[in-house]
Design a protein around this ligand. Structure first.
Ligand code: AMP
Length: 423
């Protein structure tokens, strides 16, 4: 099975081969044909299955069937996503797969100033990817109208409902014309999601993939429990002793990316960092050096890594686990590209435990533990509570002094923060 067999048009096939994708994933094989026919589709698939391309590709192709000039503030495609992370990733997919087509897309989400988003919308937009809250805001201010929407996509509908967006979603959908093609993707089909699907879709085709068929299944995943202050030594040991060749390391912040790259360089390992504070030319140079093997380890933040498309990456190392579980799947998807195998190592300190739990929930896998010289039982046995501890809180001894004993911990719990309990 190839993308040509799915009857995708040439500019899309060319974009796919540029991404290094030769074979469609199961969700793409199932969803693309009915979507190209104009049918409504309910897709049961989670991140990592290739579900984004499964709807972005046919949407782009359908749009080429009649040429329309992008209209001010009035998109033809509306994609709703629960988080800004996901919205940004979907926007990126429209850029990647649509690189040889001339459609304009815009991503809007809350938490940032609306100025640039309003500006982009006013310059004409074919495709709008949005989180529900910000979209409603902009609709109310008359910066967006939905009367020309022909294609409506609800991505991660289950999360959208979990996050309490149902009322917003219904308000938005009420503004979209009845005559449209509707797609709903969800990792699970809980009764509320089924009910939502029933009310929005007409005679939908149901497509489903099980998590076993995830594209990440070729990636060997390991978790390494380690105390925060030993992460540097652990990384150094791994890169040196494992003779790792082309390693992409992820950190939570730009500052940490710099620190880690510096530490590696000082130890004689060719490393560089890329993140938002580096100029475009610095980033290009770092990427080029990484591609050609002059740099062995590239340290990146999530945002900076978005465009990294290097087939030779053999290892992804999560120096810090991401706080959005989807980012984990996207990060490790940087390895095992173009049919190759890859390995993902994740460092997990006590404070990362909640993130690990979220990742294991999302991917529905228990990531295997890898023993190593800096293994930390404390990190392994730490169990996060529902509320994460505030970052600057003092734990342990200091806390006991501050609270005159009331914040102290039980005898068997020596050294462990009060909000964590031993298994
Ligand atoms: P998604 O499930 O949409 O989050 O996609 C998971 C990852 O799979 C992303 O990094 C995509 O770029 C990648 N991907 C999508 N389609 C394919 C394909 N046909 N072959 C290989 N990788 C793909």
């Amino acid at each position: 099975m190839t993308f040509a067999t799915l009857n995708l048009i040439e500019p899309l096939q060319r974009a796919l081969s540029k991404e290094g994708y030769t074979t469609p994933t199961p969700i793409q094989i199932q969803a693309i044909p009915p979507l190209l026919e104009g049918r409504d589709v309910v897709g049961i698939a989670q991140t990592g299955t290739g579900k984004t391309a499964a709807f972005v590709l046919p949407m782009l192709q359908r749009m080429t069937q009649d040429h329309k000039v992008p209209m001010r503030n009035s998109p033809r495609v509306l994609v709703l996503a629960p988080t800004r992370e996901l919205a940004a990733q979907i926007g990126q997919s429209f850029s990647a797969y649509g690189r040889f087509l001339r459609f304009r897309h815009t991503v809007i989400f809350g938490g940032v100033g609306q100025g640039p988003q309003v500006n982009a919308l006013s310059q004409g937009v074919d495709i709008l990817v949005a989180t529900p809250g910000r979209l409603l805001d902009l609709i109310e201010q008359r910066y967006v109208k939905l009367s020309n929407v022909e294609f409506l996509v609800l991505d991660e509908a289950d999360r959208m409902l979990d996050m309490g967006f149902i009322v917003d979603v219904r308000k938005i959908v009420a503004l979209v014309p009845q005559k449209r093609q509707t797609l709903l993707f969800s990792a699970t089909m809980s009764p509320p999601v089924t009910q939502l699907a029933r009310s929005l879709l007409k005679d939908p085709v149901r497509v489903e993939v099980t998590p076993e068929k995830m594209t990440v299944e070729r990636i060997e995943q390991k978790v390494l429990f380690v105390d925060e202050d030993k992460k540097g030594e652990l990384l150094l040991g791994l890169v040196r002793q494992g003779h790792l060749k082309c390693v992409l390391v992820f950190t939570r912040t730009k500052h940490r990316a710099n620190k880690v790259a510096e530490m590696l360089e000082k130890s004689g390992i060719k490393a560089d960092a890329i993140h938002g504070n580096k100029s475009q030319s610095q980033r290009m140079r770092a990427l080029q050096n990484f591609k050609t093997g002059r740099v062995q380890v590239l340290v990146a933040t999530d945002i900076a890594a978005r465009g990294i498309d290097i087939d030779a990456i053999s290892h992804v190392i999560n120096y810090d686990l991401p706080n959005e579980p989807e980012s984990y799947v996207h990060r490790i998807g940087r390895t095992a590209r173009a049919g190759a195998d890859g390995t993902a190592y994740s460092f997990c300190a006590s404070e990362d435990r909640d993130f690990l739990r979220d990742i294991e929930r999302l991917t529905r896998t228990k990531i295997e533990t890898l023993e190593h010289p800096h293994h930390s039982e404390r990190a392994m046995n730490a169990v996060g509570t529902a509320a994460r501890p505030p970052p600057k809180q003092q734990w342990g001894g200091q806390r006991r002094f501050n609270r005159g004993g009331s914040g102290g911990h039980g005898g068997g719990n020596r050294g462990a923060p009060r909000h964590f309990k031993r298994r």
